[in-house]
Design a protein around this ligand. Sequence first.
Ligand code: CTP
Length: 400
Amino acid sequence: MLTGKTIILGVTGCIAAYKSAYLASALTKAGADVHVVMTKNATEFVGPHTFEALTGNRVSVDTFDRNYEHKTEHISLADAADLVIVAPATANSLAKFAHGIADDMLSTVVLACDCPKMAAPAMNTKMYLNEVTQDNIGILKNYGWEILDPASGRLACGTSGPGRMPEPEVLFEAVVHAAAHEKDMHGLKVLVTAGPTREALDPVRFITNHSSGTMGYAIAKAAAARGAKVTLVSGPVALTKPSYIDVVDVTSAKEMYDAVTSRAPYCDIVIKAAAVADYRPAVVADEKIKKAADGSDADTVLQLERTDDILAALGRERRDGQFLCGFSMETQNVLENSRRKLFKKNLDMIAANSIREEGAGFGAGTNHLTLITADEEIDLPKVDKEELAYLLLDEIMKRR
Ligand code: CTP
């Protein structure tokens, strides 16, 4: 994902510095050329050797290291960088970056970098909430820095509140989002739906399906990484919501209908990966439904009614130039059934997948999609859903 990218990872003096070792490792494994620049204080928490072993590159600490190359290192490093991430970023380092102070290797490199920059503040809650720190964060945001909100929780100083550095996986995702792909979808508004819907039967029970939301989330993240402005209408799932995507949480098919139809007119591309319930209980009981008192099975028949087809509504109302892509999950006659839906719902493309195929469909890490358009069938390889999301977007971008 990050092959060919040069990333500068700035590490400042905070106990969270040890977590940056995981980040350095993940970035390197993803193909990036990672150069770690540490403040002197950071070396009190983690040794430079740790980062050197993980990245294969020498760690810079001192601006005036006499044992290293003749070129002005801070400039050559800054010129090569595609992205800078400072994690953890202390209050002191944020203050320096905000005011152009360059008194050590990291602050000097950062000042010399004209690539995208991001920072993950990590400090005591009072230091973080102090208006001086908040003002400095505001200044950095105005300069175009992406500031990753700290998590809340127990801090090393014994207090609790915002100030914890987000987990390395969250930081890794933010880097991938910023640096992994050409921004060929910049300027496009994309609406993605993901996950199942839940149709209530009573306050305790509901009807749903096995969708985990993984495919839809991967598509939303990939579109955002390619520069699109993404809205993700999500049914109930157990996935982390990316901070850089506008996520609209819904529960029922009706809520999804309202959320999607009110937003779709403003979108260039709509991808409906959600597994929307086709039926809901005709009556939703106010109280928990109890077994019949006489022990009979009188209450075991469930009356259902159809939900509105969201995609069909979008197909009827579509505006010129809008690209509509549906998903179709089948157990048999996958291509024929899916092609029928393509025409019936007036779509540009339908991504067909089979629940019967191993390594495909709900819950699997991988998937196999056949993309069907009015005159083509494109069989994508069975790969993990993240990669597949990029391939799907490639095909959509070729055709819109
Ligand atoms: N879909 C929708 N609203 C519904 C049902 C489905 O928008 N009420 C969308 C899904 O998000 C998906 C596509 O329609 O993109 C196809 O869904 P699928 O359940 O496979 O097909 P259906 O049209 O519901 O047909 P059937 O259940 O008969 O297979």
